[in-house]
Design a protein around this ligand. Structure first.
Ligand code: MBD
Ligand code: FE
Length: 311
């Protein structure tokens, strides 16, 4: 059966009408986008012969995604977040911007308002007793290759169960556990103590997992640590590092792994000079520098506005 009504003049007219293109008022950009997306959807229904049952299953899924607050979770799962990064990379290439730390997706689990510390912070509250202590440190460099004193390093990661504070289904974590804003010192250095995170998995039985399963995919991420890094004179970098050796480093459901973002993790059998950070024995160390980029014509053209949690 091949029923094709998309191209009929009355359907083309209908698309213009339902997108508000035939009347004043509203937002022209929204009209333009809705018209395009609705046209593509009508066409897909025609060409794939999407049945009413399939269509309504899709609507039920959208309702479930919204009710679960998971639109921001399936978005990276379907590669859209990574696609936006690829577009920003291409724009940077066109502008001749290179040599900086690669960007990678923010993900849906940032929370604004974390405690601010200077130079050094401990991120974990010590209650994750399965945690292997971690020291991560490095320098923030500017577009001129010089350190950036006072740069802001926002960092967040999950615990050994893969749960983030403020989104912990067990409710066990204190607010802002494993989340801090660190102000780099006079030499542009940041340093933190935490625990090595484990991978994240989408909530079992969730509509996000349902769709991924229907695609024959999993909803797991390798262990990772998120960052926003910037200062007034530079663009705000959104990135993550992966924990090297995680078996999923190259099999991330959110497609965030990038070359240059998997630093070595060094295992120390003893405190190795980290006593001042409260480390008494075996721990892991990651050294990682951030390289920022200059504003573009005085503007941060990679700063992204989006709905974010705040506490
Ligand atoms: C995460 O921790 C994350 O970073 C992304 C991108 C998606 C889901 C959970
Ligand atoms: Fe994450």
């Amino acid at each position: 059966m091949s029923i094709r009504v998309h191209d009929r003049p009355d359907v083309q007219q209908f698309l213009r009408t339902l997108s508000g293109l035939e009347q004043p008022g509203g937002d022209p950009r929204v009209k333009q986008i809705v018209h395009r997306l609705m046209s593509d959807l009508f066409k897909a229904i025609d060409e794939l012969d999407i049945t009413p049952d399939e269509y309504w299953a899709g609507i039920a899924w959208f309702n479930a995604i919204g009710a679960a607050g998971q639109a921001g979770l399936i978005s990276p799962g379907l590669g859209l977040d990574h696609f936006l990064d690829l577009r920003m990379d291409a724009k940077d290439a066109e502008l001749g911007i290179h040599g900086d730390t690669p960007r990678t997706i923010e993900g849906p689990l940032y929370v604004a308002g974390a405690p601010v510390e200077h130079g050094f912070a401990r991120l974990d509250d010590g209650r994750d007793t399965d945690g292997h202590p971690l020291i991560m440190h490095g320098t923030v460099y500017g577009a001129d290759g010089k350190p950036v004193p006072g740069a802001t390093v926002e960092v967040w990661h999950c615990d050994t169960r893969g749960f983030y504070s403020h989104f912990d289904p067990t409710g066990e974590q204190a607010p802002f556990n494993m989340r801090r804003t660190i102000i780099a010192d006079d030499l542009g250095r940041y340093r933190f103590r935490s625990i090595v995170p484990k991978g994240y998995g989408v909530p079992p039985g969730s509509p996000t997992e349902q769709l991924l399963s229907a695609l024959g995919r999993h909803g797991q991420r390798p262990a990772h640590i998120h960052f926003f890094v910037g200062d007034d004179a530079h663009r705000k970098l959104t990135t993550q590092i992966n924990i090297a050796g995680d078996p999923l480093v190259d099999d991330d459901f959110a497609y965030a792994t990038r070359e240059g973002l998997v630093p070595d993790i060094i295992e120390h059998p003893d405190a190795n000079g980290a006593e001042a950070d409260g480390i008494t024995g075996a721990h892991a160390e990651i050294r990682f520098d951030f390289h920022l980029t200059a504003l573009v014509e005085g503007e941060d053209n990679q700063r992204v506005e989006r709905q974010r949690a705040a506490a």
